[in-house]
Design a protein around this ligand. Sequence first.
Ligand SMILES: [Zn+2]
Length: 515
Amino acid sequence: MNPQKFYVTTAIDYVNAAPHLGHAYERTGADALARFHRQRGDDVFFLTGTDENATKNEQAAREKGVPTQAFVDELAAEFRRLCDVYQITYDRFIRTSVDEDHKKGVQEFVRRWIANGDVYRGTYEGYYCVGCEAFYDESDLVNGQCPLHPNRQIQHIKEENYFFRLSKYEKALKELYAKDPEFTVPETRRNEVLGWLDRGLKDISVSRGRSLEWGIPWPGEPGHTVYVWFDALINYVTGVGFGSDEKKFAKWWPADVHVIGLDISRFHCLYWPAMLLAAGVPVPKKVFVHGFLENKGGKLSKSSGNVWDPFAFLEEYGVDAARYLLLREAPFEKSSAISAESFATRFNADLANDLGNLVSRTTTLLEKFSDGRVPEPHEGDSERALRERAVRTLKEHDEAATKLYFADALASVFALVSEANQHFQRTQPWQLVKDESKGRELAGSLYAGIEAVRLAGYLLYPYTPNISAKICALLGVTAPDVARWQDVGKWGVLKPGDPIKTGPALFPRLEKVTA
Ligand SMILES: [Zn+2]
């Protein structure tokens, strides 16, 4: 594929509580995508950050007796630390209460709505959930409460503020989805969005009038702030220069994909494209709605908490395995039940056994039977089967990763790993070495095995970057973050005579399986 610009975002998170494993999951998925595109030669911009202008932060800070800014600074730092320990390679970590270019860009965005006649003053009367910081229609409520916060009393409020003419964009949104059905993926999420669209769109309140000092001022209206959801959505354009650096903005916008969770698809798949159209800005190319991590069999309760705390989870498994387990055990495109047992089982089966054993046995076989050097290739039936598996994996992996189906992408890499292990069982180099007339077969078996290891090593880079780098170092090949894919992403790259090293186990087996 030709190198292109690629702009990926995560949702920016509310800083009202410490990060949980779901935050690590979303960022790890977006990071795998960013690394995958960089590895294929694309020019990538990866935006993440924190959503800090919620009025409830002001209330929470007041209750704690600290300044609002200090309160959000502390929580935002935890989200940034989460990114750092999970080795999330963001290009920018945007903070909506701190970054002046964001505040300026939001006001410019709103000014364009005003100029376009798309906002008006009105009285809002209806339901408001403080947990969501969102308005609900009566028809949205479940048993009279917020569908996401059934135990929290929803408020009935009446206030004067500005409304955005969402209804005006109903037709344009229908056209958008007719023209580009893949605007929202996967299909289950799109169908949900189309259902909302079919029921019709009402104008929505986009400012807050009764508060307070926290938030981005509404242009020309003292005492009003931009309602936090809208200020947050606008981060996707201000993060790459809207309203402050038009050259940068022209380079990166439209976003290639917004990666979000399923609880915020209405905002991203309906409101956001309408907001952009009203501001005269092109819509993004795609919204990918990932699933949620769900508790399997009640075993991941708060009392067994280590699995839900993303820092403890990382501590337990290490960064590579933590990233791998999240994306392999919980397919990004749907909600998945996870458990401590299934993580431990997966760790041992895939990482300690299949991959760890393959790397260690292959490098050891080369050390013993080939003087620690790459032997001459020679292709028999088993080598051909392994090469064909590798070629299939290269194609399957990239197709799945492009769609953000990371569990499928990883399954294809591990199909190659497994085929390489079977290849050694079939060819038995430890037997071939006893027969002097089988020198060519021995060399061919080892060559195919080490090529499979090399390709698996490179393919794993988006998910397990440190392990990928270690495999490349053992093989003495270019590090995965700098190798050119057209040079390394194919079969038959290792040269006979190149030295190979052996090293310690990549993933020592977990003996104690935590329950
Ligand atoms: Zn709610």
